[in-house]
Design a protein around this ligand. Structure first.
Ligand code: GLU
Length: 277
């Protein structure tokens, strides 16, 4: 009897908790609705210099951060009302589906596979998969030169890792970590021969490690960066698309890329056309 009563209380408490937070622990409102309340939770990377970096003082900087802040501003949310939540590559869809974030601005490629779970505003940038190697390496010049079982690092749940598994699996040893900064440590320590992901991410790491790391070869895919939103939330997607277009048209988009990559020698892509699917 006692056990039954305890169980009932437990179930009651659980029901209250689920009702208060929505299924999966996030907000029950859409991004635009949360913005109307004056607050947004945005999923970003924490460890990608030039794009999205959490600094020692707790502030955030980089092109993706500028995009996130600009979009929030257009939705009426001040910078200090944004909560940035870490969104590692493999967790982005889940964070959006569970409404633990309002949207993700995190070097997030628009793909058909991901579109089954989330929707995308954008694209707001066009990147391409490339390779990062130690500066003294002259043997690796592109994906073909990874033949012979070279050790290649990438990140779980990322399109570059999937591309390697699909197209180069017989030739290379892929090692998957949770973040790119862990791959950079492995590369510097000599535990892997190369790191593969988007050129703009690699350029940020190369700039952070001058004389130690360099990009190799030319980009060999096209990665369209989108802002991931809850599937079916056409209102938020439309408003975010408006914001991306405004950022490109009023010069803030180029100003951010100049600020974050101007001194690195990396040539960012031209602004893309937003896709109003
Ligand atoms: N853009 C690629 C992707 O979305 C690689 C970068 C990343 O993992 O964030 O998977």
């Amino acid at each position: 009897m006692r056990i039954t009563r305890a169980l009932q209380i437990g179930i009651g408490a659980l029901a209250v908790a689920v009702a208060a937070t929505g299924c999966g622990g996030g907000s029950s409102k859409t991004a635009v609705e949360n913005a109307a309340d004056g607050k947004l939770t945005i999923g970003v990377k924490f460890d990608q210099p030039g794009l999205s970096l959490r600094n020692k003082d707790g502030s955030f900087s980089g092109f993706d951060i500028d995009v996130a802040k600009y979009v929030a501003g257009k939705l009426g949310v001040a910078e200090d009302e944004i909560t940035f939540k870490e969104a590692p590559s493999a967790q982005r869809e889940t964070l959006i589906q569970n409404r633990q974030v309002d949207f993700v601005v995190g070097t997030y490629s628009i793909t058909d596979q991901r579109k089954e779970k989330v929707d995308f505003a954008g694209p707001y940038y066009l990147a391409g998969q490339s390779l990062l190697i130690r500066a003294d390496n002259t043997a690796i010049t592109g994906p073909e030169s990874l033949n012979g079982g070279k050790k290649l690092c990438s990140v779980r749940g990322s399109t570059p890792a999937q591309n390697i598994q699909k197209n180069y699996a017989n030739d290379v040893q892929l090692q998957e970590y949770d973040t790119y900064s862990l791959c950079v440590e492995a590369l510097k320590a000599g535990a892997v021969d190369a790191l593969t992901t988007d050129d703009i991410i690699l350029a940020g790491f190369a700039a952070q490690n001058p004389g130690q790391l360099k990009l190799a070869g030319k980009p060999f895919t096209t990665e369209k960066y989108g802002i991931g939103v809850k599937k079916g939330d056409t209102e938020s997607r439309g408003r975010i698309n408006d914001a991306i277009e405004a950022m490109i048209n009023d010069g803030a988009w180029k100003a951010s890329l100049d600020k974050n990559f101007g001194s690195t020698g990396f040539q960012p892509s031209a602004p893309p056309q937003v896709d109003r699917y």
